[in-house]
Design a protein around this ligand. Structure first.
Ligand SMILES: [Zn+2]
Ligand SMILES: [Zn+2]
Length: 245
């Protein structure tokens, strides 16, 4: 009986919260079951990346290709990471949920984003060799103070909890870089040089690392992170993001 009291109270509390904030889909506002922030219809509409796609950066290719292939961008460029995996395109509902999470401070949407991120672990490219550590892309402390959180860290934490792969907070951002969007590729790389550093006492030697960010755009940021990790002796660096631009 004693054990039932807190349970009852909890039940009453959550019923009360449901009255105040009825559970609804963050995108279409329809009613959902408690704890669900996206309805089944909106989940189904999320733009999935289907084969064929680039082996390195997961850029989908419109057409018929049976064998593994590289997109023109990856063919002419060397990346420090082995591959970048995302299961969704950053558009429509996916883009909207990422945006609300990141810029409107709707932290509870992490549950939806971690669902999408966790799907990358089924990709054979992330299964062999097994990932030893999950590493979030760091934000500069000033940026993190402005935003109140590091979106990559929250997602990496969720993925670590779900997969059982330990989280390793082993990078730090030492330079506050200006926004990347105004630069071309060369300038972007130049702008990022020296932006990241290995944290003191971080051990990455001989480990297979999985780097986490919210969205992959050009790959320049994760590439620079991967360079630092590889220089520190990481056996390999792969990348997983919720979505790909
Ligand atoms: Zn919906
Ligand atoms: Zn590619």
């Amino acid at each position: 009986m004693l054990f039932q009291i807190p349970k009852l109270l909890r039940g009453a509390g959550s019923a009360f919260l449901d009255l105040l904030y009825p559970p609804h889909c963050t995108l279409c506002l329809c009613k959902t079951t408690a704890g669900e922030h996206l309805c089944a219809t909106c989940r189904k509409k999320a733009p999935v990346i289907r084969a064929p796609f680039c082996d390195t950066c997961s850029q989908p290719f419109p057409g018929q290709i049976e064998s593994a292939f590289l997109c023109p961008n990856c063919r002419e460029r060397h990346f420090e990471f082995t591959c970048a995996v995302a299961c969704y395109q950053s558009r429509d509902g996916v883009r909207e949920v990422v945006h609300r999470f990141k810029y409107n401070g709707k932290i509870y949407l992490r549950h939806v984003l971690v669902d999408w991120l966790a799907e990358t672990l089924k990709d054979p490219r992330l299964q062999t060799p097994a990932c030893d550590r999950i590493v979030p892309v760091p934000l500069h402390p000033t940026r993190e103070r402005e935003r109140g959180f590091n979106q990559a860290h929250i997602l990496a934490e969720g993925l670590a909890r779900r997969s059982g792969i330990p989280l390793a907070h082993c990078l730090k951002r030492i330079r506050y870089t200006t926004t990347q969007t105004i630069f071309d590729r060369e300038e972007r790389m130049e702008n990022l040089r020296g932006a990241f550093q290995l944290r003191q006492s971080a051990q990455v030697r001989n480990l297979h690392l999985l780097l986490i960010d919210d969205v992959l755009t050009t790959g320049s940021t994760v590439d620079e992170c991967a360079r630092v990790l590889r220089d520190a002796g990481a056996a390999s660096v792969r990348v997983a993001t919720v979505a790909r631009a």
